[in-house]
Write a protein that binds this ligand. Structure first.
Ligand code: NDP
Length: 246
């Protein structure tokens, strides 16, 4: 990763934060987007810097296509290249379908799916002219398993997997690889409610009988973004302790 320039969306907390720190520890110059938590973003920049790495925080709402375009252009102007894109930003708004409000449907699709279009569309021209690039999208075990109250979320992640395969086909001639990582239940703020409500029941259905840690996702993302994965494209790597199989 030394000398590589990476963009990570949703890098201020949770899995995204750990991806930023892992890529930076491997030598990448990391630019990350966050929505609102400026203090959390500053903490990430400081933590990376204290570890001898480089990270820059950008307040960019990934649901805003113009803001994504402008930020990516500024990063490309400054850095003169973009090697890695990790589409990580995501939200949940769980509810049973009969009670699900329009906002709960649109906000999840806009944040989890439309963002992938917004940021990837802005980044791809730079990768195409370099004739190299690595894109890693964050899916979820919900894409294949579904989940009670998760019709909106499962739809967004199923679509992210479909976009991953379509872009792998489209961008392979320009030597751009596109893959996804699908986490199981990972210990972050996002999964807190699920873990609180259905803790032992969910854990008993995971083959490895434990939740995952953000580091375990960040390592998989870093692998797919690295030259170690130079012959892998169009794949979804499930990092879920065997939850999908159970
Ligand atoms: P968290 O809720 O811990 O963090 C979400 C991050 O996304 C924050 O940095 C947040 O920024 C950012 N974000 C949210 N909305 C926007 C937006 N509109 N624009 C810019 N940034 C935004 O989530 P996780 O770390 O747990 O999840 C990361 C990814 O992994 C998601 O795609 C999620 O769907 C996926 N995943 C997570 C699982 C889990 O168990 N945790 C399981 C399966 C998949 P801010 O703080 O500023 O709002």
């Amino acid at each position: 990763m030394a000398g590589k320039v990476a963009i990570v969306t949703g890098g201020s907390r949770g899995i995204g934060r750990t991806i930023v720190q892992t890529l930076a520890a491997e030598g990448a110059k990391v630019h990350f987007f966050y929505r609102s938590e400026a203090d959390a973003a500053r903490e990430v920049v400081d933590a990376v810097s204290a570890a001898g790495g480089q990270a820059t925080a950008w307040m960019v709402d990934v649901t805003d296509s113009q803001a994504c375009q402008q930020a990516v252009e500024q990063i490309a102007d400054q850095s003169e290249r973009i090697d890695v894109l990790v589409n990580n930003a995501g939200i949940v708004r769980d509810n049973l379908l009969a009670a699900m409000e329009d906002e709960e449907i649109t906000s999840v699709l806009q944040t989890n799916l439309f963002s992938v279009f917004h940021v990837t569309r802005a980044v791809v021209p730079f990768m195409m002219s370099q004739r190299s690039g690595q894109i890693v999208n964050l899916s979820s075990v919900a894409a294949t398993k579904g989940g009670r109250g998760q019709a909106n979320y499962a739809a967004s992640k199923g679509a992210v997997e479909a976009v991953t395969r379509a872009l792998a086909v489209e961008l392979a001639p320009r030597k751009i690889r596109v893959n996804a990582v699908a986490p199981g239940v990972i210990e972050t703020a996002m999964s807190q409610q699920v873990r609180d409500l259905a803790g032992d029941e969910v854990k008993s259905r995971i083959l490895l009988k434990r939740y995952g840690q953000p580091e375990e996702i960040a390592q998989a993302v870093t692998f797919l973004a690295s030259d170690l994965a130079s012959y892998i494209t169009g794949q979804v790597l499930y990092v879920d302790g065997g939850f999908k199989m159970a």
